[in-house]
Design a protein around this ligand. Structure first.
Ligand code: UDP
Ligand code: MG
Length: 320
């Protein structure tokens, strides 16, 4: 590994021809002020416009620019993952191509990193120029995600963040296919901190995240870090069984203490409640097993060691 490179900037790009040149220039300006070595890794996620040719021509003039190009559109999270896989810097920064994330913030992240943090994520205090629908759904999603998982995944943060080599190496060991990178970063642990910023408008072009991709991302986020949705079946089942039983008891009491006749469908309905409740609960039980099978098949390591003293350790464990 070439540890001479200090910073790797990973930029996933999908049909970004209208902003690409400006993004490159802004990033270059900012990174030049560090007076340290860096590489700009563009990950072309199967763009169908001139993005690829543009990156190639930028690269022809600037050898700090690197390029990974996918055979088709694999999605933002996979593009980020590829960028991290190929990055060789001591710190890796992931940033969107549309300048919604101000490149100048990278300097603040670097400062925090130099203070000793392993992960510095950018937390949005405001989102400008986005539709109320996007803001509302994003807000809702982050709240549901944090309610459904025990893991502390910071709210209102995107993928704009700095990861140091340690964290990057650990992320590379996580084999899962449906990746929700922000969650995985939280899962990895180590010293994490935030820098705050106001999210700008997209400089030009339109969002490459239509509703369909947003839903996929949210489902990946929630299902990778919790199986509470499965438990809902158990709870719903329990509620339905108890209402069915209450219904039956009321019918019984009416039968004993009241002279009026009870229509036969009442009994059928009450039994219907109890039975469907039992079925739902059983589905929840099966769900619990599936949840555990899911845990096993994800193949995540059980734990990550941050320091290790006095033991013969593997290469990836930092020695004191
Ligand atoms: N992107 C990508 N593949 C996709 C969708 C988006 O690489 O399938 C990139 C896109 O070029 C941008 C970043 O991911 O650099 C964030 O996308 P976008 O700005 O469209 O998302 P939004 O800010 O609207 O959530
Ligand atoms: Mg954007």
């Amino acid at each position: 590994m070439n540890m001479d490179i200090r910073y790797s900037i990973v930029i996933p790009v999908y049909n970004e021809e209208v902003v690409l040149c400006q993004t490159y220039q802004r990033l270059k300006q900012v990174m030049d002020t560090t007076r340290e070595s860096y590489e700009l890794i563009f990950v072309n996620d199967g763009s169908s416009d001139h993005t690829l040719e543009m990156i190639k021509s930028i690269r022809a003039q600037d050898e700090d620019v690197k390029l990974i190009s996918f055979s088709r559109n694999f999605g933002h999270q996979i593009a980020i993952t590829a960028g991290m896989d190929y990055a060789s810097g001591a710190a890796v920064v992931v940033i969107d191509a549309d300048l919604q994330d101000p490149p100048e913030l990278i300097l603040k992240m670097i400062a925090k990193w130099k203070e000793g943090y392993n992960v510095v994520y950018a937390k949005r205090t405001k989102r400008k120029g986005e539709t109320w629908f996007k803001k509302l759904t994003a807000r809702l999603f982050y709240r549901i995600l944090s309610a459904s998982t025990d893991l502390n995944i910071p709210t209102d943060t995107g993928d704009f963040r700095l990861l140091d080599r340690r964290v990057c190496e650990e992320l590379k060991r996580l084999p899962e296919k449906n990746r929700y990178v922000r969650g995985l970063v939280s899962w990895v642990g180590f010293k994490q901190t935030a820098v705050e910023y106001e999210r700008d408008e997209r400089l030009a072009g339109e969002s490459k995240y239509p509703l369909k991709k947003m839903i996929k991302l949210s489902l990946d986020g929630i299902t990778s870090f919790s199986y509470k949705p499965i438990k809902l079946a158990t709870y719903a089942g329990a509620i339905i069984i108890s209402s069915g039983i209450t219904y039956l008891v009321v019918l019984l009491l009416l039968k004993i203490f009241s002279k009026s006749a009870i229509a036969g469908w009442n009994l059928v309905l009450a039994m219907q409640f109890v039975l469907s409740g039992v079925l739902l609960t059983m589905m929840g039980v099966i769900g619990e097993y599936i949840g555990r099978i899911y845990d096993e098949t994800r193949n995540r390591p059980l734990y990550i060691v941050s320091e290790c003293y006095g033991l013969k350790n593997e290469e990836r464990i930092v020695k004191d």
